[in-house]
Design a protein around this ligand. Structure first.
Ligand SMILES: C[S@@+](CC[C@H](N)C(=O)[O-])C[C@H]1O[C@@H](n2cnc3c(N)ncnc32)[C@H](O)[C@@H]1O
Length: 250
C-alpha cells in the first residue's frame, strides 16, 4: 500500500510538472496521511506476524471458529489476542461483551484498543486483559470456546500448563478449546523475544489429562487453511472436558 501511495504521489507530481500546476495542499496532505496510515498499519500487523499473511490469518481464524460451531451468543476467550488480528471479526460477530482477549504485552494491547476503535467496534464492549499469568484472568461467566492461535508455541511449559488448568476451570461443560502447536523435538527458536517451542504430543496429552481435559488432533494447520504459511509440524489441537468425551463413548 505504501508503494502504491508513493507511485500515486509521483504520478500526481509528474502531471503537475507537465501542466505547470502545483499539487494542491489538500491532495498532498491526503497522500501523506495515506502513506502514514499504511506505515502504521504495517507496523501494527508486524507485531503479530508477517504483514503479508495478516489478512489470510485474520480470515482463517474467523472461518475456523465459525465452521467449528461458534455462534454469536457464545462466550469466547482468545488467549494471546495480540493486536486483534483475529479478534476484530470475532468481536463484530459475537454479542456485545462475549469476547475476552488476554495479552501479555501491554504495548500490543494498546494497539489492539486502537484497532478496536478504528474498526468502530467499541460498542461491542470486549474485555481486554493485560496478564502475564492466567491467574490474572477473571470472568464472571464461563467460556463456550477458548482459542489460542500461534500462542502456545511462544509460552514456557509451566504457562501452557497453567492455561490448561484455567481452561478446565473456566470452560463450560460442552465447551471446546482449540490451539495450534508445533509438534516434534526441534530445538527452540526465537520470535520477538519469545521462544518458539516444539514439544512432543505427549506433553499436551499429559498436561490436558492432569487437568481433566481430553485432547485430540484436528489436523495440520496447512491442511485446514490452504494459504496459511506455517511449518509443516504445526498441528491444531482440540481440548474438551474428559467427562464429556467419556459420556459420549458410554
Ligand atoms: C503470533 S502472535 C498471535 C496473536 C493473535 N493470536 C493472532 O493470531 O493475531 C502471539 C501473541 O501471543 C502473545 N503472548 C505470548 N505469550 C503470552 C502469554 N504468556 N500470555 C498472553 N499472551 C501471550 C504475544 O505477545 C503475541 O501478541
Amino acid at each position: 500500500m505504501a508503494d502504491r501511495t508513493n507511485s500515486v504521489m509521483t504520478r500526481v507530481q509528474q502531471r503537475a510538472q507537465w501542466t505547470g500546476r502545483k499539487v494542491g495542499r489538500g491532495l498532498r496532505r491526503k497522500l501523506m496521511l495515506n502513506r502514514l496510515t499504511a506505515r502504521s498499519m504495517t507496523r501494527r500487523a508486524a507485531l503479530v506476524g508477517p504483514p503479508e499473511q495478516w489478512a489470510t490469518q485474520r480470515r482463517f481464524q474467523f472461518e475456523f471458529l465459525t465452521s467449528h460451531g461458534l455462534q454469536p451468543e457464545h462466550r469466547l476467550l482468545d488467549i494471546g489476542c495480540g493486536t486483534l488480528r483475529g479478534g476484530i471479526p470475532l468481536i463484530e460477530y459475537l454479542h456485545a461483551g462475549n469476547y475476552t482477549g488476554v495479552e501479555v504485552r501491554a504495548a500490543v494491547l494498546d494497539e489492539a484498543r486502537k484497532e478496536l476503535a478504528e474498526s468502530g467496534l467499541d460498542h461491542k464492549d470486549p474485555v481486554l486483559i493485560h496478564a502475564e499469568d492466567p491467574s490474572q484472568v477473571q470472568s464472571a461467566e464461563p467460556f463456550d470456546f477458548v482459542w489460542a492461535f500461534m500462542v502456545l508455541i511462544h509460552m514456557p511449559d509451566e504457562v501452557v500448563d497453567a492455561y490448561l488448568r484455567l481452561v478446565s476451570q473456566r470452560m463450560t461443560e460442552g465447551g471446546e478449546f482449540y490451539a495450534n502447536v508445533a509438534l516434534g523435538d526441534r530445538g527452540e527458536d526465537q520470535w520477538q523475544g519469545f521462544p518458539v517451542v516444539f514439544r512432543p504430543r505427549e506433553f499436551y496429552q499429559r498436561s490436558a489429562s492432569a487437568h481433566g481435559l481430553s485432547m485430540s488432533e484436528v489436523g495440520a494447520l496447512g491442511s485446514l487453511g490452504p494459504s496459511i504459511e506455517v511449518g509443516r509440524h504445526t498441528m491444531m489441537l482440540r481440548f474438551t472436558h474428559a467427562s464429556r468425551a467419556q459420556a459420549s463413548q458410554a
